[in-house]
Design a protein around this ligand. Sequence first.
Ligand code: AMP
Length: 459
Amino acid sequence: MTNRTHLELPEAFAALGLDNTILLALAEIHFREPSEIQKRLIPVALRGVDVIGQARTGTGKTAAFGLPILQRMDHGQAFQTLVVVPTRELAVQVEAELLRFAKHTALRLQVVYGGQKVTHDLKLLERQPHLVVGTPGRIIDLNERGALPLYNMKFVVCDEVDRMFDIGFRDDVRKILTACVAPHQTILVSATINDDIERLVAKHTVNPERIFTSTNQETLTNPEAIQYFVGVQPWDKQRALHLLLKQENPKLAIIFCRTKRSVDKVAASLSAHGINASPIHGDLLQAKRERVMRGFRTGKINVLVATDLASRGIDVHEVTHIINYDVPEEAEVYVHRVGRTARMGATGRAFTFVSPGQAQLQTEIEKLINHLLEDYKIAGFVPTPEPGRGHGFDQHRSSAGSADRVDPRDTAGHSVTPAGPGAASAVDTTVYSPTSFTAASAESKPRPLSGRFPTRRRR
Ligand code: AMP
């Protein structure tokens, strides 16, 4: 048990207006200095006004919205605070984090999310929690069953709003906010803020204070993360990945793929090469996902192969490497992925595989983060000629892997130079047709790329 008398309460947090019940909990978990978003958001939220916080993932935003709310909550009212998050993993993590902060209060916290039996949640909600963290679909379901009343909420938080919108929860979020009819404080947190989010802000907040920790695009991705691109043909990606992992020998790495099928394939090929990798995506049973996450958190699994949705909110310290096996089709997604590494001041390395036809996607990313990705050559990597060239599409597809399926148009009329380690530049100076990808799941909806992309400008 912690000896309270020897614990020094963190003065820097006290200066923000937090009281001893919270400060003691912070002292016990060794929070000494508030992060930037905490410094700026906590005093504002303690005043009870609505807040829009723009902060990238891993910057301590859970404490930024959680601490002031936990301090201001009334112990006498059940169903008083609602925290809406995009995914189950994030729901579990946010609840765990809030439980640590609320340790010396008598507040009851509960997490609810899809993927487990609704009867399980119904039972838990009979405990009349003060605060509920949950995913949008399950919140609505429980509300409609009368088990999770929203009408009297006093504090409503939407975390990672941009992500919720990206994955199709826009209407659910609106519905939830509309159901919170009592006067309440609203805190919206998002890594990026677009017009869609602005409309939500206009409709569901009152004179909100805006706190932007990333107004300068340079800070949108972690400056501590060194970010590279690797020019590689689709059919060479698995080999390039094996080599890169061997050379980098990451302590903890997340590899992002576009589809669940691609996640499974890549994870299986890594395991077959003796790399300690596990897949994580929405088709896995919740228990299995939790087991994988536990393994990753405790270092039993070094490499997580994930879809964007499944990886959202993964809060694991010391993720040393991010590898974008499939380049994200939206620049914002890149920011979220790379936000998994170099958290809270640690360093990290991020590699993005870019195939011919994807130069425009890379440029979009670079424009958003206002930073050029460094050209990385994997030592000893020798690109191979396109397999099965001239022998039909099926052969081509099987060698490229499902997520890397190449549009038959791509194979027509182009000669891809089988080159040495400097091949990336050969690739980049040729004009290619775009690559299109297999639409494999609702979780990841590849946008077919159409038209020709301009050749990437060399630097
Ligand atoms: P978050 O952005 O809320 O997911 O936080 C990222 C990680 O940083 C979590 O593991 C937090 O426990 C940790 N963290 C947040 N704020 C602080 C702080 N002021 N001092 C130390 N660790 C922190």
